[in-house]
Ligand binder design. Structure first.
Ligand code: SF4
Length: 73
């Protein structure tokens, strides 16, 4: 499969919400989300090209707070 270039945009409220961040870490099958020492959401840039566009993160977060943007392929 050719590499896909994806950007994940997360609302700052979700980034700062430890429980919401935990949900995102749990749902993403390819490990694009992580939490830092304080529980804030972090994006694992090295895994972004593994995104399967499954939309599980979008479904797991409050409506409109997570966007998966396809840049080009
Ligand atoms: S669309 Fe799926 S693979 Fe991509 S970041 Fe969201 S949960 Fe992970």
């Amino acid at each position: 499969m050719p590499a896909m270039f994806i950007a994940v945009e997360v609302d700052p409220k979700v980034v700062a919400d430890v429980e919401a961040a935990k949900q995102l870490v749990e749902v993403c099958p390819v490990g694009i989300f992580a939490q830092d020492d304080s529980g804030r959401l972090a994006i694992v840039d090295d895994n972004l090209d593994e995104c399967t566009l499954c939309d599980l993160c979008i479904d797991a977060a409050p409506a409109g707070t997570v966007k998966v943007v396809k840049l080009y392929e």
